[in-house]
Design a protein around this ligand. Structure first.
Ligand code: ZN
Length: 231
């Protein structure tokens, strides 16, 4: 089986109704991103940060995966598929995708500040909730200024792939944007975006790049059907 890596970002979740901070000039659902998505914001006002992610978690449980998520699942019938997502939602998993790496953490998980255990979490989180070790819990989200713990794993997955599909992300935010540079030289790239903008790595790869100027829910099923027809 050929190996395909699918790199996904906010655009694929937006079509399910999930907004992100990239929608409007540094605001995420009306909040300054640094106040809700940085260690400094957490130090300053933990209650605000908890409340913000509680709302995001509740919203997530009210939305569903869309045609783009499900089409990746279909690709798995004939290819070895791994998803690398910048999204913190679980819509890929709920669509049935098993191999999903989250670069920026996961909304439905929390992390202990004392023992670093990661726990599944579906309800609200407050400072009254403690880990079994007694430690305080925080959202399992990679904030601005924090390292991406999965970046090396993501780079390895891309380096082992023969085809890359980029969808719902403009690949402008580093270091995630540099991942495509790990694809082998023979690897084909499909880039699905209603307003494509080539970053440095994609500009260098134009000889093997196919651009599909469409939204994720229409463009991705087309690419998937073409790839399945090639088998
Ligand atoms: Zn703990």
């Amino acid at each position: 089986m050929k190996k395909i890596v699918v790199l996904t970002g906010a655009g694929i979740s937006a079509e399910s109704g999930i907004k992100t901070f990239r929608d409007a000039d540094g605001l995420w659902e009306g909040h300054d991103v640094m106040s809700v998505a940085s260690p400094e914001g957490w130090q300053k006002n933990q209650a605000l940060v908890q409340d913000f992610y509680n709302q995001r978690r509740r919203q997530l449980l009210s939305v569903e995966p869309n045609a783009a998520h499900y089409s990746i699942n279909k690709l798995g019938e004939e290819y070895n598929v791994e998803v690398i997502t910048q999204n913190v939602d679980d819509l890929h998993e709920r669509a049935g995708n098993k191999n999903v790496l989250h670069l920026h953490g996961e909304l439905r998980k929390v992390r202990c500040l004392a023992c670093y255990s990661v726990l599944d979490w579906d309800g609200d989180l407050s400072n009254k909730n403690l880990c079994s070790c007694g430690g305080n819990l925080r959202p399992h989200i990679v904030w601005f200024g924090e390292e991406l713990p999965e970046l090396q794993n993501a780079a390895r997955i891309v380096s082992e792939s023969e085809i890359a599909i980029i969808v719902g992300t403009s690949m402008q935010v580093y270091p995630a944007a540099s991942l495509i540079g790990y694809l082998p030289r023979f690897g084909k790239i499909y880039y699905i975006d209603p307003k494509p903008a080539l970053n440095y790595e994609l500009t260098l790869s134009q000889d093997r790049l196919t651009i599909i100027e469409e939204a994720a829910t229409t463009g991705l099923p087309k690419v998937v059907n073409n790839l399945l027809a090639e088998i």
